[in-house]
Design a protein around this ligand. Structure first.
Ligand code: ZN
Length: 342
């Protein structure tokens, strides 16, 4: 009798329990997350997913996925935003710029939750800036400031987030996809020119003043002729550049804001955004000169150029604009509303 029971028990373990254990290994989940991260940074979707009404009360706490450790942490949304704003914008920027950044980060967070909820299983958003948005813990943040400035910097960030609590940016009553970058070089870029996909009506190219006073405004990248070719060959093995030819490197097309849209390197025509990635340039707003032994790229601005320029926001704040005016300067035809009123 006991033997029969033992056989039945072995049968159950072998055919029912073991398969269940093997199908829920966490490895599969981790791999899925990584592949999603890579997909997102490449292209924007053709159409926005139909969104449901956002329940701010429900998301008073958000689930943050730590991409380094793989852990998910639950924390109040504004507390999460302290870590985002202090990681994304220098604390010595004007308070109105920091408030604008807080509203932008809150909007971006809610947009991600509403439109990309499947990206991180079990979590709302992650702490990786190339996937969702950067985040830093309070302890780590404080340790990177000098002891004299740490407390006042942190309090300034907390004040920027708390004084704008619940405020988000909407276009036609929906939270916007609030992209931002470091320095536009004087003119922001439309999202369509950078990623294609959806032509967001509120992400248009706008001119902005005062950015040239920041270190992020201009930079240079130098390559020997061999270095440049080797970098291109990492992506395009068959790339050849005959430097004796006059137009061996040539900008073929510019975007409406004056950024490089298409560039030719020898026998390869590539997008300006791709040239930026391969050569690690700060933006696609660049010119170049070829001398006897090197190629120098002179770059204006820092970042993709879409949405709010952070240094532009600080410059506007210095000239007297408040956070709502700053936001309406960079995002076309938007409203700033209390999220609970949606
Ligand atoms: Zn993410």
């Amino acid at each position: 009798m006991k033997k029969i029971l033992l056989y039945i028990l072995s049968f159950i373990i072998l055919f029912f329990i073991l398969p269940i254990i093997f199908t829920i290994t966490p490895k599969a989940e981790t791999e899925e997350v990584v592949s999603n991260i890579e997909n997102v940074t490449q292209e924007q979707p053709e159409q926005e997913v139909e969104t449901t009404i956002y329940d701010y009360q429900k998301y008073k706490t958000i689930k943050l996925f730590h991409s380094g450790s793989g852990q998910i942490e639950e924390l109040p949304i504004d507390e999460y935003l302290y870590g985002v704003v202090s990681s994304e914008m220098p604390a010595n920027f004007e308070i109105e710029a920091l408030k604008a950044q807080s509203i932008v980060a809150r909007t971006y967070t809610i947009y991600q939750i509403m439109n990309n909820s499947g990206k991180h299983p079990g979590a709302d958003i992650c702490d990786n800036s190339s996937c969702c948005q950067a985040w830093i813990s309070k302890d780590e943040r404080l340790s990177k400031w000098t002891p004299e400035e740490a407390e006042s910097n942190w309090n300034k960030i907390v004040d920027a987030v708390n004084s704008t609590s619940g405020k988000i940016i909407t276009y036609q009553n929906k939270p916007i996809n609030a992209f931002f970058h470091s320095n536009s070089g004087g003119k922001t870029e439309s999202s369509l020119n950078i990623w294609g996909g959806i032509d967001y009506p509120y992400l248009k190219s706008v001119e902005t003043a005062g950015e040239e006073g920041y270190t992020q405004y201009s930079s240079e990248a130098k390559f020997t002729k061999e270095e440049l070719l080797n970098k291109l060959k990492e992506k395009y093995e068959d790339c050849e550049i005959d430097y004796s030819q006059e137009n061996c490197i040539q900008i073929l097309e510019y975007t409406t804001s004056g950024r490089v849209k298409t560039i030719k390197f020898g026998n390869k025509e590539i997008a300006g955004t791709e040239a930026r990635t391969i050569l690690e340039l700060r933006s696609t707003n660049f010119t170049f000169t070829i001398s006897e032994d090197e190629i120098i790229f002179s770059v204006i601005g820092y970042g993709h150029g879409v949405g709010m320029s952070q240094t532009g926001a600080d410059a506007l704040a210095k000239s007297g604009s408040n956070c709502e005016e700053i936001i309406k300067h960079f995002y076309t035809d938007v409203e700033i509303v209390e999220v609970n009123s949606l």
